[in-house]
Structures are given as C-alpha cells and as structure tokens.
Design a binder for this molecule. Structure first.
Ligand SMILES: *[C@@H]1O[C@H](CO)[C@@H](O)[C@H](O)[C@H]1NC(C)=O
Ligand SMILES: *[C@@H]1O[C@H](CO)[C@@H](O)[C@H](O)[C@H]1NC(C)=O
Ligand SMILES: *[C@@H]1O[C@H](CO)[C@@H](O)[C@H](O)[C@H]1NC(C)=O
Ligand SMILES: *[C@@H]1O[C@H](CO)[C@@H](O)[C@H](O)[C@H]1NC(C)=O
Ligand SMILES: *[C@@H]1O[C@H](CO)[C@@H](O)[C@H](O)[C@H]1NC(C)=O
Ligand SMILES: *[C@@H]1O[C@H](CO)[C@@H](O)[C@H](O)[C@H]1NC(C)=O
Ligand SMILES: [Cu+2]
Length: 370
C-alpha cells in the first residue's frame, strides 16, 4: 500500500465536502465534443502505413531520453518511464477497484506521449483477442512482418527452456510453455532491448506494503517472447468474452476478467498477458512488452461496452461503478474505493479522483472504439 495515496484520498474527500455538492458528472467538463472524438481501431483494420506509423512512434519513444532520475529508477528511455511507473504502482492498481480506471488512464497517457513526443498522428490501436487467436503467430499482430508488433521469439534450447519462468498461476492453473521464449529477431522490435526483471505476483502478496527491494534492478538483454497458441485457443475465446460481458455487477466483471467462472482458469486480462510469454506476463514489468498497450486498450474497450449495457449511468457513476479496495489483492488491507478516491501516475500525471476516468468520451478521454 502507498500510504501517501490513501492520505491524498482522504484530503480529496475533505475538499469535496467543503464545496457545494455536485453530481459526479458535473466534475468532468464536457470538453469532448462529438467533432473531437478520435477513433481507436483494431490492429488488423489499420492500413499497413498506419501500422508502421504506430510502431515507428513506439520505437521513437524507446529512443527518447528518460525524464526520470536514472539513479532512482535505472530508466534509459522515455518508454521505460512508463514501465517503471507501472512497476511503482503495481501494488495499488491490480485486482482491486482501481485496476480498470488506472489502466485506462495509463494507456491514454502513453497514447498522448506518442502523439506529443513522437508526432504520431494516429490513436492507440487495440487487439481483437478472439479474431487473432485462431493462429496467433500468423495474425497481423504477431506474424513478424514489418507491419506487425514483431513475432515469436527464437526457440530455446531444452536446458534454457527448463529455466524459463513459469507463467502466471491462476487458481490451480499453470500454463504449459510455448515453442518460443528466446529473442525476438523479426519485425519492428528486433533490436529492442529490455532491462527490468520479472518480479512475479508473489511480491504483491507481501503483507508488508512497499515495493520489492530489487524492483528497479536492470540487466540489459534482448526482448523475448513466448507466444502461446494453447492459451489463445483455450482462453482468448468468444465464450469467455460473452461470459465477461454478461457479468451483472462490477464485482463479477472484475472477477471474470482475471479468473473465469471462479474455476481457476485465466480470464481475458490474464490470458492476454500469458499468451505473450514471461516478459509480457510479468505482474510488475509487463509494459516492457509493446503489445501491453494494445491489450489494455482492448480491456478498456470491453469495459466501455459493459458500462454502456448498464441502466442509465449505474455502471459509470452509480452502484455498479466500483467494487473493491485501494490495494492489489487487498494486501495489505485498505479502504474500499469511492469515486472520490485519488489515484496517481507518478510524474506522468497528478493524482486525481477516480470519477474523472470512469467515462470514455467525456473530459479529455475523448475517444471511442470502432
Ligand atoms: C499458423 O500459420 C502458419 C503460417 O501460415 C502455419 O505454418 C501454421 O501451421 C499455422 N498453425 C496453426 C496452428 O494453424
Ligand atoms: C539499477 O540496476 C542495478 C543492476 O541491476 C542495481 O544494482 C541497482 O540497485 C539498480 N538501481 C536502483 C535504483 O534500483
Ligand atoms: C480463481 O478462482 C479460484 C476458484 O474460485 C480461486 O481458488 C482462486 O484463488 C482464484 N484466483 C484468483 C487469482 O483470483
Ligand atoms: C484445486 O486444487 C485443490 C488442491 O489440489 C483442490 O482441492 C481443488 O478442488 C482444485 N480446484 C479446482 C477448481 O480444480
Ligand atoms: C467494503 O465493501 C465490502 C463489500 O461491499 C463491504 O462488505 C464492506 O463492509 C465495505 N467496508 C467498508 C469499511 O465500508
Ligand atoms: C512512485 O510512487 C511514489 C508514491 O508512492 C511517487 O512519489 C513517485 O513519484 C513515483 N515514481 C514514479 C516513477 O512513478
Ligand atoms: Cu497492470
């Protein structure tokens, strides 16, 4: 837990009580006019030119200097500023009430950075899990062409395979290793190098608050992938998507996105991470995998669709807007979140109440999905 965040939440609540009461909607200025709404599209629906513009912009961010203190975080690029921000907040924005809103804003901040720092003219694309699952390494996302996000990693030797990190465990399920696991050698990210290590979910289960000591350790190495057809075939399915969208409460929606039917199988959030292998599935450092942002764009799209299916605005500002606390897995135990609770993104964005990030198409979240 981040005591400072909790403290800020209390301050915000106190301030909110000292001004005339508003409905939450009044707090989000209607600056998003219909003519301003930008469209986020599926990767496969972009032209080849648009796909290249996106990966060029990501490569540009990987080349831009970090704006954080290297001595504190080991960052070597602006791209890594986003990675360490995710790591820094991992213990307050997963498996809780904050998860969806925090990642919605994080993906938006990344999209804005591509546009502002790298002149990217487009929007953040998303990854249609089901459409691309049939043959995932032949999909436009991961086929390794210059117009993909690069492809499968090289196969590992049997000995290296044995030492490959196991993927994220959910309930009783441990996924089998896939045929890759080594360096990515094709497509736009063939020369991309990473440095942060895999930390794993157990570090988030420490009853003591705070980050693991070695969280910002940095060991330069190639970017690796282990794309799993098994995970795609079994879990990135229409049935799982239908089941998720049929959730009747936000508690159920959050549960199903990580853990299907409570039977201990990975839900679509976890499965999308697992499908990419250990780099993309690490609980802390997964944004080192460029597909992270497209995956979370899809989660945002599905949440938006689910919110829209609710009665009025009950899934945006009402009874089914939020469920859960302010710490990951509620470890250590923390208060239930409210729309006034503040969430933060370190140097990327000032802390702000969750209510600012509940609705797509309002305030500065001026986009929609197609
Ligand atoms: C996926 O597509 C590739 C390239 O077309 C093909 O070689 C491979 O057999 C396919 N795999 C599956 C599981 O269909
Ligand atoms: C940076 O990485 C090195 C090498 O892993 C590590 O020894 C050092 O503690 C890290 N610095 C920080 C601030 O985490
Ligand atoms: C998933 O559901 C199973 C069965 O209900 C439960 O035992 C397990 O703890 C859950 N895992 C997570 C990560 O929520
Ligand atoms: C998970 O494993 C435990 C212990 O092996 C077992 O009792 C339980 O029934 C299993 N749960 C599921 C959902 O398979
Ligand atoms: C937090 O939410 C849970 C579930 O709705 C509820 O049982 C609990 O009483 C709440 N805690 C507080 C302090 O309001
Ligand atoms: C990490 O979180 C702390 C608050 O817990 C904040 O002061 C700091 O700026 C954050 N750093 C980054 C890089 O997000
Ligand atoms: Cu995350």
């Amino acid at each position: 837990m981040k005591p400072s965040l909790i403290a800020l939440g209390l301050v915000a609540t106190a301030l909110a009580h000292s001004v005339p009461s508003h409905t939450p909607i009044d707090h989000v200025p209607a600056v998003c006019r219909p003519s301003h709404v930008r469209v986020r599209k599926e990767w496969g629906d972009l032209s080849l030119h648009e796909r290249k513009a996106y990966t060029d912009a990501v490569l540009c961010l990987q080349d831009k200097p970090s704006q954080l203190d290297h001595a504190l975080y080991n960052t070597t690029s602006r791209y890594e500023d986003f990675v360490v921000t995710h790591m820094n907040f991992t213990r307050v924005m997963h498996n809780n009430a904050v998860f969806l809103a925090w990642h919605r804003r994080f993906a938006w901040l990344f999209e804005r950075e591509l546009q502002q720092e790298c002149g990217y003219p487009g929007t953040l694309p998303y990854w249609d899990w089901v459409k691309n699952a049939r043959n995932i390494t032949a999909s436009p996302l991961f086929d390794g062409s210059p117009y993909s996000l690069s492809g499968q990693g090289l196969p590992l030797s049997p000995e290296a395979k044995e030492h490959e990190l196991p993927c994220w465990e959910v309930g009783n399920f441990t996924c089998p290793k896939a045929p890759g696991g080594g360096c990515v050698t094709d497509g736009p990210f063939k020369n991309y190098r990473i440095g942060y290590l895999s930390i794993g979910v157990s570090a988030a289960q420490n009853p003591e608050p705070g980050l693991p000591q070695d969280v910002f350790d940095y060991v330069p190495r190639c970017f690796s992938r282990d794309i799993s057809q098994y995970i795609a075939t079994n879990f990135l399915t229409q049935a799982n998507l239908d089941h998720l969208l049929a959730a009747s409460t936000i508690a159920e929606f959050q549960d199903r996105i990580d853990n299907v039917s409570g039977v201990g199988f990975p839900g679509l959030h976890v499965a999308g991470h697992m499908a990419l292998g250990p780099t993309g599935a690490d609980f802390f450092s997964s944004p080192q995998e460029p597909a992270f942002y497209l995956h979370h764009s899809t989660i945002d799209k599905v949440w938006t669709e689910w919110q829209r299916r609710g009665r009025g605005e009950e899934r945006i500002y009402g009874d089914n807007a939020l469920f859960g606390t302010l710490t990951t897995l509620n470890i250590p135990p923390s208060d239930n979140a409210t729309l006034e609770s503040e969430i933060g993104w370190g140097s990327l964005e000032q802390p702000a109440p969750i209510k600012k990030f509940m609705a797509v198409g309002r305030g500065d979240l001026c986009y929609r999905y197609e």
